[in-house]
Design a protein around this ligand. Structure first.
Ligand code: GH3
Ligand code: MG
Length: 304
């Protein structure tokens, strides 16, 4: 896919020059003629690199760069400052603010493309590192630490919007037997396939992660308890009936699930949400496995 470059310059002729050079090289180019809209545009466009003029009226490149580097969503996008300035204090300032590189005007095409390429390479590695740090290598789902991070964010969002949220803990029943009978590699195939089944059953906006080992979690945002229970039941049945093919052998597994349902009035701490979902899961195991249980402060409601 073609890389996206956002060019910010108050001079139309400069913009035209950048667009001509970059499009010729196959980049997709977006432009802004002042600093004020850069942050907003960056959210929408999600550029791979930003070429940022320093001297602009209203809001100069330093301020824009500062703003981009302060924001979680935009801080990893490399910013290349474009400057007519000769003062090394300005360059020092640009780097202090988090700029990746700078290019002096007048623009030299070869230099521009070379520096752009090097910024994109770094961005590629950064993205890869980030993906590795937040994704579970086996299943491709969010890993434990990102899952907790996202739960924290989701709780704040639900609080702001006065919405209900469900946290589901899923555990494979007697998974040790699968490993012992068919081998660890076969067990891994089950985990991968199960991850796909879970992902397929939830909405795009729901968050699915591998909590650890053979445990998965789902954060169902803006949901009713009934919908959460129905979803889990549907998934439980689908998995129960699913044929996992492990090296030519047909294998069936079942799931136990614990749901913690949070209303906006409930100000429970994040750790207790997990603890309570885990408690409901424990009850599901105790009550015979292959079932869904919902946690309530004073009682555990049986659902299957
Ligand atoms: P229960 O119904 O009580 O949950 O029984 P169980 O056998 O699933 O539970 P137990 O905690 O005794 O065993 C979990 C098993 O999950 C043991 C471990 O080898 C396996 N497991 C955890 N992570 C992985 C993994 O990444 N790959 C494979 N293949 N197995 C894993
Ligand atoms: Mg298990």
């Amino acid at each position: 896919m073609s890389k996206k470059v956002l060019v910010v310059d108050d001079n139309k002729n400069n913009i035209r020059l950048f667009v001509d050079i970059l499009e010729e090289e196959g980049y997709t180019v977006f432009t802004a003629e002042n600093g004020l809209t850069v942050l907003e545009l960056t959210y929408i466009v999600q550029p791979d690199v930003i070429l940022l003029d320093i001297m602009m009226p209203e809001m100069d490149g330093f301020k824009v760069c500062e703003q981009l580097k302060r924001d979680n969503e935009t801080q990893d996008i490399p910013v290349i400052m474009i400057t007519a300035k000769r003062d090394s204090n300005d360059l020092h300032k640009a780097f202090e603010l988090g700029a990746f590189d700078y290019i002096k005007k007048p623009i030299n095409e070869i230099e521009l493309l070379a520096r752009l390429k090097s910024a994109l390479k770094v961005k590629e590695y950064l993205d890869l590192l980030k993906a590795m740090a937040t994704t579970d290598g086996l299943t491709g789902l969010y890993n434990h630490s990102l899952l907790l991070e996202l739960l924290k964010k989701e709780l704040l969002k639900q609080e702001r919007n006065n919405q209900k949220i469900a946290f589901v803990m899923i555990d494979i029943d007697r998974f040790k037997t699968v490993n012992d009978t068919y081998g660890h590699t076969a067990g891994d195939i089950v985990l991968k396939e199960l991850a796909k089944i879970i992902r397929k059953n939830v909405r795009a906006s729901d968050i699915v992660g591998r909590y650890g080992g053979e445990e998965f979690s789902i954060i169902l945002s803006d949901t009713e308890l009934n919908d959460a229970v129905n979803l889990c039941e549907r998934m439980r049945l689908e998995v129960q009936n699913h044929e996992f093919i492990l090296f030519d052998k047909s294998v069936h597994i079942t799931l136990s699930m614990g749901i913690f349902f949070k209303t906006p009035q409930n100000t429970i701490a994040l750790g207790d949400i997990i603890k309570n979902a885990d408690q409901a899961l424990y009850t599901a195991k105790n009550n015979g496995r292959n079932r869904v249980e919902v946690y309530r402060a004073d009682e555990i409601i049986l659902n299957s």
